[in-house]
Design a protein around this ligand. Sequence first.
Ligand code: K2U
Ligand code: NI
Length: 192
Amino acid sequence: MNKFHPEYIITMKDIVQEGAKILRKVTEEVKLPVSKEDQDALQCMLQYLKNSQNPEVAKKYRLRPGSGLSANQIGLDKRMFAALFDDGQKDLECMLLNPKIISHSLNMIYLPQGEGCLSVDRDVKGFVPRYERIKVKAYDITGQEVILKFKGYGSIVIQHEIDHLNGIMFYDRIHKENPFKLPENVDIESLY
Ligand code: K2U
Ligand code: NI
C-alpha cells in the first residue's frame, strides 16, 4: 500500500529530486484493470497540479507550479502521469497510463525560456527540441484505451512526462557543447 490515498495532499517533500535512481529507471507498465491504489495515486498527482496552479493553495503548501507530474517523481515505479495545462483553447487535464507515442510530426518546437522540472531544483539553460505534434495511445483511469493528439505546449508537456517514465530528464536533450544550438536539417521553431 502506498500513502497516496484520496485525501493525501502531495507537497514538495513527496517529490523525488534528481540523483534518485527511480528518475533514471524505465518504469513498469501499470497492470490493468487499474487498481484502486493506482487510481488514488493518479488522482493525488492531478490534485497536486491543480493545487500548484492555485496561488493561495500553492503559497499555503509552498508548492512549485507544475503542468505535469509522473509517478516516478513521487517514488512510484509505474508508467502513469497526470498533466494539467491550457492548450490555448481550454484548460486540459489528463491522467494517462502506459502512454505510447504512436506518431509524431517531423517539425519540432522548443520553449524559448527552456524547460524546468519539479525534480530539478536548479536552473538548467538551453533549448529542448520536442515534436510539435504527437499522437498518443494510452489508457485512462478506468482502463479504457484512448488515442489522443497534442500540439504546441501540450505536446511539450506530454513528451516531458513520457520522458520521465523512460528515465530521461529534460536536460539530456540539451546540446552538450552549445545549449542554444538547434538540431540541423530539422524544421524547428520557438513555440512563441
Ligand atoms: O515533470 C515535471 O517536472 C513538471 C514539469 C513539466 C514541464 C516542464 C517544462 C515544460 C513543460 C512541462 C514542470 O514542473 S512544469 C513547470 C512549469 C509550470 C508552468 C509553466 C511551465 C513550466
Ligand atoms: Ni520533470
